[in-house]
Design a protein. Structure first.
Length: 317
């Protein structure tokens, strides 16, 4: 992209050796199995221990075997087509706001412009397409989950993800897991949510929130909602307050409403169950704040939902 310019600001990044080691162990591969036909076992060991400068040709082959991409991914796709990159950005926006017609048209245009032989492009497009079909009620929840697992396994086996003590996953893989986790029946035993919690914990432990703020906020918001659904209200509130702080710190509006409403919802559930209430809420005022934030973020679906909640609440008084 000779006419393109990028400015990067990063507080942290992943060492290639750390990525290779974590992903290799996650997939249950020995060093010998991974490096076969690529490099010596000693070279791989030294790369994982950060004792040698990584050679790009070797890294590319190792990443390919690990289901990772050595290319620069722009907006979760691999392309040098500026128009495709812009379409991908609009597609995510249409998806977030459930603008079905624009979503479908944009998706079709993007697919035409991408090299679908590249597995990472295929994974992104097929996940979005299956989500669209599910939202249009063309496929059942069970079929949707099956399709998501299929998308995930373009790059990593589901079994490896669920059994790993520590994961290194791409954003697209994490979103596949997130989409599955949030479609399962509410239960304290949700292995997919456990995976997401482990990923989010790694961001915090390794001080990567500034770099991974978008994915961190998304995962933590869904985790907070899940904890509220299973009755862990204090934990849910604590996570939502933390995400609210991060959203404000980085000037990000998209998930402010979700987390503010999550605290209101947890309060309402405590009242219903006659539980100890750590903080009094003016529910009407808080819901009006949620609606205002949703309007600023132009989240039409959220606005409609919150206005209905507010209407139902005011009828009680």
């Amino acid at each position: 992209m000779e006419h393109d310019c990028h400015i990067y600001w990063e507080k942290n990044s992943d060492a290639i050796g750390d990525v290779i080691k974590t992903r290799r162990e996650m997939l249950g591969l020995s060093r010998k199995e991974l490096c076969e036909g690529i490099c010596s076992e000693r070279t791989l060991m030294r790369m994982e221990l950060r004792q040698v400068k990584s050679q790009i040709p070797i890294v590319r082959e190792l990443f390919d075997k690990l289901g990772l991409c050595a290319e620069y991914i722009r907006g979760r796709i691999i392309t040098n087509n500026i128009e495709a990159i812009q379409l991908a950005e609009r597609l995510v926006d249409y998806t977030n706001h459930y603008e079905m017609e624009k979503w479908e048209n944009c998706l079709n245009l993007l697919e035409e412009k991408l090299d679908m032989e590249i597995v990472y492009n295929k994974q992104f497009i097929m996940r979005i397409r299956n989500l669209l079909e599910f939202c249009k009620q063309n496929i059942s929840k069970e079929v949707f989950i099956e399709k998501l697992i299929e998308c995930l396994e373009y790059t990593v086996p589901l079994k490896s993800v669920l059994n790993a003590n520590k994961c290194y996953m791409t954003d697209e893989e994490s979103i596949c897991i997130l989409n599955i986790a949030t479609r399962l029946d509410i239960s304290k035993e949700n292995p997919y949510m456990t995976v997401l919690q482990n990923i989010a914990n790694e961001y915090m432990k390794e001080d990567k929130i500034a770099v991974q703020v978008s994915m961190y906020e998304l995962l933590m918001t869904e985790i907070a909602s899940y904890l509220g659904n299973i009755g862990e209200y204090d934990k849910s509130d604590a996570i939502s307050r933390k995400v609210l702080k991060e959203c404000l710190q980085y000037g990000r509006l998209h998930l402010l409403t979700n987390n503010l409403y999550n605290n209101v919802w947890n309060y309402q559930k405590r009242v219903e169950k006659n539980l100890l209430i750590p903080q009094q809420y003016n529910e009407v005022m808080e819901l009006k704040r949620c609606i205002l934030l949703a309007r600023i973020a132009k989240a039409d679906n959220q606005i409609r939902f919150l206005e209905e909640v507010l209407s139902d609440l005011t009828l009680k008084f």
